[in-house]
Design a protein around this ligand. Structure first.
Ligand SMILES: CC(C)(COP(=O)([O-])OP(=O)([O-])OC[C@H]1O[C@@H](n2cnc3c(N)ncnc32)[C@H](O)[C@@H]1OP(=O)([O-])[O-])[C@@H](O)C(=O)NCCC(=O)NCCSC(=O)C[C@@](C)(O)CC(=O)[O-]
Length: 307
């Protein structure tokens, strides 16, 4: 099977990337980040979360972020909503898509959202229904689909079970998330093949972390089996709380470099994303986690020096 002519890349840096930052990131910086990313051409940006500020203080300003951004026509702004309280805040803030997020591992579900997998689905049901009634898109996310920091291996059947439950809730899209970046290519193919037996492959997405340096290989393996939606985080923002010092989400610049190199269109301006990656890394006082981003910027500054 050849590669698709186009894929959707969802930028998750403003949410997944920033949520673990130890220091509070100013709301204006979050707003500027989302605006720079929308200007770069993303059709979908995960802008923030409406979760308990006791659990994730960094995301407490979701309403202000949504109020401050310049809405770009053609960009869908998503936010995480674990319960009705989060949904109501997201609706009032004007998000286009809500994300209900569960797990394929019981232990992770308890630690992340303080309930079992079955309880989480019961909690998501009214959220999904209310979102659909309000005309919002609903995305379901499945953490630990390729491994869990507490449980270890996660059977493919557990992932498929959650895919089925999220499908019953009417999810438009379902994310297969390698939360701790442990998955490898064959495993990725097997999980997507199994999930696609119960939910359309074209509405499944790959959310990869790069803890073990496998994210790009896993994206390639996903493309092989027909996945056409991927998540990525500018400059590789987002650490892994379960592997100290490890890289976070796969860097958007690296994913775009891979996809464009394969002749796959994304509609996204890689140079603009690289500049944004450099800018946000400076704002956060951290090294730019994108190799492609660093290389592109170095080449551009060498070119400018020689001009
Ligand atoms: C689900 C709960 C709320 C359960 O947490 P809980 O403590 O069981 O909930 P609760 O209903 O008892 O509420 C506790 C307090 O939080 C408040 N509260 C409750 N809900 C909200 C809300 N929506 N917005 C604002 N406030 C809220 C609520 O009002 C109450 O306040 P108090 O009365 O004590 O003052 C909590 O566990 C939570 O918020 N968890 C979110 C954790 C999170 O955001 N994790 C990161 C995102 S998931 C992820 O990163 C994985 C992903 C998606 O990227 C894919 C991957 O890579 O795996």
């Amino acid at each position: 099977m050849g590669y698709p002519s186009a894929v959707k890349v969802i930028e998750v840096g403003p949410r997944d990337g920033l949520q673990n930052e130890a220091q509070p990131v100013p709301t204006e910086v979050k707003i500027a980040l989302v605006d720079r990313l929308s200007a770069a051409g993303f059709a979908n940006i995960e802008a923030t979360s409406f979760v308990s500020p006791k659990w994730v203080p960094q995301m407490a300003d979701g309403t202000d972020v949504m109020a401050g951004i310049a809405r770009r026509p053609g960009t869908l702004y998503s936010a995480l909503t674990p319960n009705m309280k989060g949904f109501e805040a997201a609706l009032a803030a004007g998000v286009d898509e809500i994300v209900i997020f569960g797990a394929a591992s019981e232990a992770f579900s308890q630690r992340n959202i303080n309930c079992s997998i079955a309880e989480s689905i019961d909690r998501f049901a009214p959220v999904a229904e209310a979102a659909q009634q309000a005309g919002l898109r609903v995305r379901g996310s499945i953490s630990c689909a390729l491994g869990c920091p507490y449980q270890g291996a996660v059977p493919v059947a557990s992932v498929v079970d959650v895919v089925q439950r999220l499908q019953t809730l009417g999810c438009d899209e379902i994310d297969i998330a390698d939360t701790i970046g442990v998955g490898t290519a064959e495993q990725v193919r097997a999980v997507f093949d199994a999930a696609a037996r119960v939910f359309p492959m074209e509405r499944l997405s790959g959310h990869f972390h790069d803890t073990y340096g496998q994210a790009l290989a896993n994206i390639l393996a996903s493309l092989d089996v027909g996945v056409t939606i991927f998540h990525a985080s500018v400059a590789g923002l987002g650490g892994c709380p379960y592997a100290k010092g490890a890289p976070g989400n796969v860097a958007t610049e690296d994913v775009l470099y891979l996809l464009h190199g394969l002749g796959i269109a994304t509609g996204i301006d890689l140079d603009a994303v690289a500049r944004t990656g450099d800018w946000i890394s400076q704002q956060l006082g951290r090294a730019n986690g994108s190799r492609a981003g660093r290389a592109l910027l170095a080449r551009q500054s060498a070119g400018a020096a020689n001009a």
